[in-house]
Design a protein around this ligand. Structure first.
Ligand code: DOR
Ligand code: ZN
Length: 345
């Protein structure tokens, strides 16, 4: 197959940031995606409907006129989130979902949740009204090995939430382990998961190839090959419980190449090409559309996009641009370092 038409994809997890970075990264997403769920972990975070509306306006100003794109806004849950305010902004259509960051789990998550029990009344309200909960599924205790934090979160927290509130619509975001694929696949009907292109493309060796590779450092951290294979299996077989959330997470180069480098992979520019290549490598191109454009919309109960995009296979591997300029700095663009022949026309 040299050409493939698919329903225009959605990105169910993106970091747009703000100010100078926002201006540069938004068009990289809006050129290929119809909609994206925008993460609220700014400094300071998006804590209420008013902040979400203002942030949405800042995003909309930047979308190129030729790109048809809708940002779906989220609110950052804290132990002080007001459930009626959250409900109002959801009912009024200003926010799409709420995000649970365990405090300290990742970039700008310090105001996140320390004790899940404290937010159970908010989650109960969300379950009642059908508002989706997005979860960064990692525990943060320092004594837990970084490679086990997702599995321990599932055992200690997610399982509790799912049992208490089986009707709550949950996305376990950017999953990285075989255990997560199994828990979601076999778990309750309202539990789904998103997967990033970088967790499909790489295993943890890629963080340490002849030295330390800060641009492959993200959270949850890349795992062993057996885990990558488990992610590949559920993504490429079209399993309806799994869909694309790129977790494209821009940081300036100096903040990545640093003694204490930030977590995040900026993959917006070529994610569809990379995914097409991965799906072709696993002889599952026919399921690409389910992963990028159908499963997520069905989980969130919103219409599938009308537009289509065309992906073409080139004779030679496509040449990736290395970075995007931001003032006098730059954002390094993710390159999986295997040949990618597919190009979005
Ligand atoms: O690698 C990551 N970067 N993982 C996250 O969960 C957050 C993100 C960011 O905001 O930089
Ligand atoms: Zn993220």
């Amino acid at each position: 197959m040299e050409e493939l038409e698919i329903i225009k994809p959605d990105d169910w997890h993106v970091h747009f940031r703000d100010n100078d970075i926002l201006k540069v990264v938004v068009p990289e997403t809006t050129k290929h995606f119809a909609r994206a769920i925008v993460m609220p972990n700014l400094t300071p975070p998006i804590l209420n409907g008013k902040q979400a509306i203002e942030y949405k306006e800042r995003i909309i100003k930047i979308i190129p006129k030729t790109h048809n794109f809708e940002p779906l806004m989220t609110i950052y849950l804290t132990e002080n989130t007001n459930k009626s305010e959250l409900y109002d902004s959801y009912q009024e259509g200003h926010v799409f979902a709420a995000k649970l960051y365990p405090a300290g789990a990742t970039t700008n998550s310090d105001s996140g949740v320390r004790d899940i029990k404290k937010i159970m009344p908010v989650l109960e309200k969300m379950a009642k009204v059908g508002m989706p909960l997005l979860i960064h599924g990692e525990v943060t205790h320092k004594e837990i090995d970084i490679f086990d934090r997702e599995k321990v979160f599932i055992d200690q927290n997610l399982d509790f939430i799912c049992k208490e509130l089986p009707e709550l619509k949950i996305t376990l975001e950017h999953i990285t382990t075989k255990e997560a694929t199994e828990y979601v696949d076999e778990g309750n009907e309202n539990l789904f998961a998103s997967i990033t292109p970088h967790h499909l493309a790489l295993n943890r060796n890629s963080i340490f190839v002849g030295g330390i590779r800060p641009h492959n450092y993200c959270l949850p951290i890349l795992k062993r090959e057996k885990h990558r294979k488990a992610l590949i299996k559920v993504a490429t077989n079209g399993n309806r419980k799994f869909f694309l959330g790129t977790d494209t997470a821009p940081h300036l180069k100096g903040d990545k190449e640093n003694a204490c480098g930030c977590a995040g992979v900026f993959n917006a520019s070529y994610c569809i090409s990379i995914l097409a290549q991965i799906f072709e490598n696993y002889k599952c191109l026919q399921n690409l559309e389910k992963f990028t454009s159908i499963n997520g919309a069905q989980h969130y109960g919103i219409p599938i996009n009308n537009e289509k995009i065309l992906i073409k296979k080139e004779k030679n591997p496509i040449l990736f641009k290395k970075s995007l300029s931001v003032g006098c700095s730059e954002i390094v663009v993710f390159n999986p370092e295997f040949p990618v022949f597919w190009k979005v026309a």
